[in-house]
Design a protein around this ligand. Structure first.
Ligand code: AMP
Length: 280
């Protein structure tokens, strides 16, 4: 497996692959990879001749008060996971390689970025769209893989690809969970033993909402109220949002009469965790 650190290395290698008629899949990540990321890499390996995994903690998607400095990193373990899963290349640029001194161009989006994480993190999706656009231009993948764990991000990227007529397919992949239900996340590493137990309240709320809808509830506000009550019963939990939106326009919606996304963001201590489900 190749470890590339420069844009040129990636472009030269991809050009060679394309000359040979090989298809290319891309899995963008911020590293500290776990089985959630691995499920994307596996799917990409099954559906493409060559798979590039980008490992880049993208500074421009973090606000000044967020965890850019402390975000967990382990390139060696990431490379081992990618290699054993069948990836052909890990792309791990330094921030300077991606954002030179003259960097002033950003990809911005309205509407779909307004609610949920876009509301709590107003500059986040501008950073995500910009870096993903750059990665698409560098790797020119046939397919790119994103997890439903970050459901709004998946909707945002799909919209960007459609709106800007980009030449690739976006593949959404299901949420991978720990055995007890907690959605796998690189940020779970921030949790103390006590917080790790408390964090279970997120997936419990998700499963409760899912069951209510499966049992026939069609009033979204009732579902959100029950989920909110459950989360508030956990002393270490502080709600950022518990919302229902149309999938995939991300507009606030109240009745379960079309595909909806129910999404939550909850602080457990200082750690902000997200989870969600889609109901039809
Ligand atoms: P991140 O490194 O957190 O930026 O995530 C990189 C990609 O992996 C994103 O498309 C995420 O949605 C996806 N991902 C992260 N955690 C999970 C998970 N538990 N299940 C499925 N996909 C995930």
């Amino acid at each position: 497996m190749i470890l590339a650190r420069t844009v040129k290395e990636v472009k030269d290698q991809v050009r060679e692959w394309k000359k040979q008629g090989l298809s290319v899949g891309l899995v963008p990540t911020m590293g500290y990879l776990h089985e959630g990321h691995q499920s994307l890499v596996k799917r990409a390996v099954a559906e493409n001749d060559k798979v590039v995994v980008s490992v880049f903690v993208n500074p421009i998607q973090f606000a000044p008060n967020e965890d850019l400095e402390t975000y967990p990193r382990d390139l060696e373990a990431d490379c081992a996971l990618c290699e054993s899963t069948g990836a052909a290349m890990v792309f791990h640029p330094e921030p300077d390689e991606m954002y030179g001194d003259d960097f002033t161009t950003f990809v911005d989006m309205t509407g779909v970025t307004k609610e949920l994480c876009g509301k709590s993190r107003p500059t986040h999706f501008r950073g995500v769209c910009t870096v993903v656009n750059k990665l698409f231009n560098i790797v020119t993948p046939d397919k790119a893989y994103f997890g439903q764990k970050d459901a709004q991000q998946l909707a945002v990227i799909r919209r960007m690809v459609r709106n800007l007529n980009m030449n690739l397919e976006v593949v959404g992949c299901p949420i991978i969970r720990e055995a007890d239900g907690l959605a796998k996340s690189s940020r779970n590493t921030y949790l103390s033993a006590e917080e790790r137990k408390a964090a279970l309240v997120l997936s419990k709320a998700i499963f409760l909402g899912e069951k209510m809808i499966k049992d026939g509830e069609r009033d979204g506000d009732k579902v959100l109220a029950a989920m909110t009550q459950l989360i508030e019963s956990e002393p270490l939990a502080k709600i950022d949002y518990v919302e229902m939106v149309k999938w995939d326009s991300i507009e606030i919606h109240h009745q379960i009469d079309c595909p909806v996304l129910i999404a939550i963001a909850v602080y457990i201590g200082k750690t902000r965790l997200i989870d969600n489900f889609i109901a039809e």
